[in-house]
Design a protein around this ligand. Structure first.
Ligand SMILES: [Zn+2]
Length: 377
């Protein structure tokens, strides 16, 4: 994985143009590896008449290699496990946060991918100034870790508490008698204490629970002024609360009113267990694409790549992981890709807007696609 390691060691995290050739090499290198070492993946590619062994990494790699490599629907990872290294050599396995055991993807991470992931988090995070030596109290708007919980969101939320020295961790979702229960009262009580602390407070976790907390506090007439330097970090998406998602400006207004945290101190992350690249929003709250990934928007019916400004299925590509073939995956999100200069923050890299979930009839297309692939395997 020499090209992968080179890509993740590159200094500028948003310099897509200078790294394009290297990215293509890393993608091809990963595709060849998966083809050779993962039987299921090989069968899928054979079924689609795509043989990466015919392309030489040091020769002429087609410019559209990223679009050419067969796309695996994330749904397929929910139906079956796919590993490309022996399971005993996989130090970490993480799952998506499906509520039932059935609809959960299990993705293996090799040691190399974890090292790459760390380099990526350091560079993307530094660009948004999320690391600090000033200790913080953490309010985790997510799951309290428990040995039965292997979800990636739990691991990443915990990881985020290492961005600064951590003084305390308070969880909204507490594990009691085999299930998770939200504890808004406990969190509000803790916030009243933290208001008087001489150290800042950081939120990390699901935007939905954070929003519900803000609403509950406003309804009860509780307002708090968190210490200077406090931040709200959001990650993990809206999940089952998609319909309740407010306008972003309403969210920012409410957090200023209830917690005294202004918009510039609210940072959102985007990522998925099947595509573990860290997307961090810019000051205008847009997810610019870092050098570690590429995004192709595809027509909902034909799956053909479409251009900037058009809505379609979101296809995410990264050569980060060796242990599972998550090289090019199709999510059930609908998105639009926009040119970097449209944002105005100065980051030249294109940015991704998630505009919704795929309608049930299109999801059927994806499910049929996944079923078709399963048949080949
Ligand atoms: Zn921007």
């Amino acid at each position: 994985m020499k090209y992968r390691n080179k890509l993740f060691s590159y200094k500028k995290p948003y310099d897509l143009i200078s790294t394009q050739k290297l990215f293509n090499k890393a993608v091809l290198e990963n595709c060849k590896y998966q083809y050779k070492n993962c039987t299921e993946y090989r069968k899928i590619l054979d079924g689609m008449s795509f043989n990466p062994e015919k392309i030489n990494v040091n020769g002429d790699i087609p410019d559209n290699i990223i679009e050419k490599i067969p796309v695996i629907p994330t749904l397929l990872f929910k139906r079956m496990k796919m590993f490309s290294v022996p399971e005993r050599k996989i130090p970490i396995k993480a799952t998506s946060s499906g509520t039932s055991g059935k609809n959960v993807s299990e993705i293996g991470f090799d040691l190399g991918s974890l090292v790459c992931g760390l380099k990526m988090v350091l560079k993307v995070g530094r660009a948004r100034d999320i690391f600090s030596l000033i200790p913080c109290h953490y309010i985790i708007m997510g799951y309290q870790p428990h040995k039965s919980n292997k979800t990636a969101v739990t691991k990443t939320a915990f990881g985020a508490t290492l961005f600064t020295p951590c003084l305390s961790r308070t969880y909204i979702l507490k594990y009691k008698n085999g299930k998770y229960i939200p504890d808004f009262k406990g969190v509000i009580g803790k916030l009243k204490i933290l208001e008087k602390s001489s150290f800042p407070c950081r939120f990390m976790g699901f935007p939905a629970y954070t929003f519900f907390l803000l609403k509950i506090m406003r309804e009860k007439g509780i307002t708090i002024k968190l210490p200077v330097g406090s931040k709200i970090l959001l990650g993990g998406g809206w999940k089952q609360f998609y319909a309740e998602q407010p306008d972003k400006t309403e969210f920012y207004r409410l957090s200023e009113e209830v917690l005294g945290v202004s918009e510039e101190n609210i940072i959102e992350f985007f990522g998925a267990v099947e595509h573990p690249v860290l997307y961090c929003d810019c000051k205008n709250h847009h997810f610019h694409i870092p050098i570690y990934s590429r995004v192709t928007i595809r027509d909902v019916d034909t799956l053909k790549p479409i251009g900037y400004g058009e809505t379609g299925l979101v296809n995410l590509i990264t050569p980060m992981v060796k242990a599972t073939p998550v090289l090019s995956v199709m999510t059930d999100d609908l998105g639009i890709l926009r040119k970097g200069k449209e944002c105005g923050c100065g980051n030249p890299s294109p940015y991704l807007e998630i505009v919704g979930r795929v309608a049930p009839e299109s999801l059927k297309t994806c499910a049929a696609g996944a079923a078709e692939m399963l048949k080949n395997i």
